[in-house]
Design a protein. Structure first.
Length: 118
């Protein structure tokens, strides 16, 4: 058993991109969208989730840590949040094919441009 621990410690590990969001954080984001949770409470849960993710990466001896991208709502939120020109209240749902192929509409949407992107 000791030799297997040494082998695991010698493997290089890196985390690239998003970590899977904890269920409690997913539920909190839904509650926040529905008005059942304050932004401050959501931020606190995000903080706690990020600290737990960082600790998990430290425990696995990674040298580079990521915050899991737990604060962003979706894959493309960084770009539209940083430019003007998207219609904030308009979206076009996209088809989603996940593990079973019958998940229904994606929680992500295609953004609608209503003006020059600046």
């Amino acid at each position: 058993m000791d030799s297997s621990r040494e082998i695991v410690r010698s493997l290089r590990t890196d985390q690239v991109g998003s970590l899977l969001r904890p269920t409690a954080l997913l539920e909190a984001r839904e509650s926040w969208r529905a008005g059942g949770l304050t932004e401050a409470a959501l931020t606190q849960l995000e903080d706690d989730s990020i600290l737990a993710a960082l600790q998990g990466q430290a425990n696995s001896h990674q040298e580079v840590f990521v915050d899991g991208e737990f604060r962003r709502a979706g894959f493309m939120t960084g770009f539209p949040d940083s430019v003007q020109g998207f219609l904030r209240d308009a979206s076009a749902p996209i088809a989603w094919k996940g593990e079973t192929g019958s998940e229904g509409p994606s929680p992500n949407t295609q953004l609608v441009v209503g003006g020059r992107l600046v």
